[in-house]
Design a protein around this ligand. Structure first.
Ligand code: FAD
Length: 399
């Protein structure tokens, strides 16, 4: 197979952004908008699909509900940024090259690594082979197709975190003919304040979801899951939502990663091993004073914006600044007309306030729908994307 080399490093500074998810899109739009009148910078965005994957809605796709078709190349029109559709198969951080679909090689001066994460199906035997995931539109559509054909039987949702809760609720609401069992180490909503957690559990109960907290799934079989201790729960389909990990590409490419394969960054979001690589979103292990950030859209978009601003600052001869972020909410859908929104402290711990019911469902929908209009606004006014809670004393380094 012949290899095509593209986008050499002679000429303008080439910023290559991998992944057009919430974080990578934010970086691309922000950078393209800020660099529009600059001859010395060129931006390329690589993604598996031309349509933006609204990961926040994959539990809807997984239950056969239509979602908007959002074209990435169309949004980039007029910005000067180039879009390359393709699957990244390798990164070489020493050579500063990226291989696409095994036959094209792109060179970069600065890389923004934003390939996201996937459900951790490796940790438990059988999960990779027998469980569905919500890692991509294709995965979600496979689940929808299966659920649509079943007619009866038990669907096990493994993992009682927020993705598991949202998915179990959605499946129960869309498929009342199926029995839905939600299994996890913790009671769903355990990290919320008592009122929000109780509301969440009562909504699952209302939808008929059978919840079993305090259990460990040891194995996934073709027709059941086996719990630690040997008990089997028969299942016609299993959805795996427990834990996340990043693709092995970063580690294989020589970047320093953590135990979940995420690129370890310094305070400014640059790779600790390769400072010409910025890591953003779920693919990055970003330490704040309160700990390593967990993957969310609310934190992911600011990481993309920050990386873009830092790259522009560096090109002007400046130094990148530390990234600071504090969480502010945890919105969880409970089917289409119900939700709970837990407001949080910057370190993610629950505050006393929460929203529930239809108002919370509207809040959740507003939040879910907001990234695309935010990108469109940023294209015209890049500074509008630079507002997010910095976390106050929770993220300020001690003097
Ligand atoms: C069902 C569900 C509900 C969620 N709800 C919420 C919520 O309410 N609030 C919240 O904050 N977070 C939520 N999350 C988490 C949130 O979706 C992630 O934190 C967020 O998507 C991370 O953004 P990202 O840009 O880092 O990665 P992603 O959005 O995953 O984007 C990564 C992009 O890279 C592409 N890609 C990956 N590998 C390759 C490759 N090798 N080659 C080419 N392209 C590649 C993917 O196709 C994708 O476009 C939810 C997740 C799920 C699954």
């Amino acid at each position: 197979m012949s290899t095509r080399h593209e986008a050499g490093t002679a000429g303008p500074h080439h910023v290559l952004i991998l992944g057009a998810g919430y974080a990578g899109m934010a970086a691309a739009i922000q950078l393209a908008a800020r660099g529009k009148r600059r001859e010395d910078v060129r931006v390329t965005l690589v993604n598996a699909n031309e349509l933006f994957t609204e990961r926040l809605r994959l539990h809807m796709t997984g239950t056969g509900q239509p979602v908007a078709r959002l074209s990435i190349p169309r949004l980039l029109e007029g910005t000067g940024a180039r879009f390359v559709r393709g699957w990244v198969t390798a990164v070489d951080a020493d050579e500063r090259t990226v291989r696409i679909d095994d036959d094209r090689v792109l060179r970069y001066d600065t890389l923004v690594y934003g390939l996201g994460g996937v459900a951790d199906t490796v940790a438990v035997p059988g999960a990779e082979d027998h469980a569905y995931t919500l890692d991509s539109v294709h995965d979600a559509e496979s689940l929808a197709e299966r659920l649509g054909r079943l007619g009866s039987g038990t669907v096990v949702v493994a993992g009682s975190g927020l993705t598991g809760v949202e998915s179990a609720a959605e499946i129960a609401e869309r498929h009342p003919e199926l029995r839905v069992v939600l299994l996890g180490r913790h009671a769903p909503g355990a990290a919320m304040n008592p009122r929000a957690g109780a509301y969440l559990r009562s909504a699952l109960d209302r939808l008929g979801v059978e919840v079993r907290g305090g259990v460990e799934v040891a194995k996934v079989l073709p027709d059941a899951v086996e719990l630690a201790g040997g008990e089997r729960v028969a299942a016609v389909a299993v959805l795996w939502t427990s834990g996340t990990r990043a693709a092995p590409l970063a580690a294989a490419g020589g970047l320093t990663v953590d135990e979940r394969g995420r690129v370890v960054t310094d305070a400014t979001l640059r790779s600790v091993s390769h400072p010409d690589v910025y890591a953003v979103g779920d693919a990055a292990a970003i330490r704040q004073r309160y700990g390593v950030m967990h993957g969310t859209c609310q934190g992911g978009m600011p990481t993309g914006v920050h990386a873009a601003v830092s790259i522009v600052r560096t090109l002007r001869g400046g130094q990148p600044r530390p990234f600071r972020f504090g969480y502010y909410h945890t919105p969880v859908s409970l089917g289409r007309d119900d939700a709970v929104v837990q407001f949080t402290r910057p370190d993610g711990s629950p505050r006393r306030w929460c929203l529930t019911g239809r108002l919370a469902a509207r809040y959740k929908e507003t939040v879910t729908a907001s990234p695309w209009p935010t990108y469109a606004r940023m294209r015209k006014a890049p500074a509008s994307g630079a507002f997010w809670p910095r976390g106050g004393r929770f993220t300020r380094e001690a003097p």
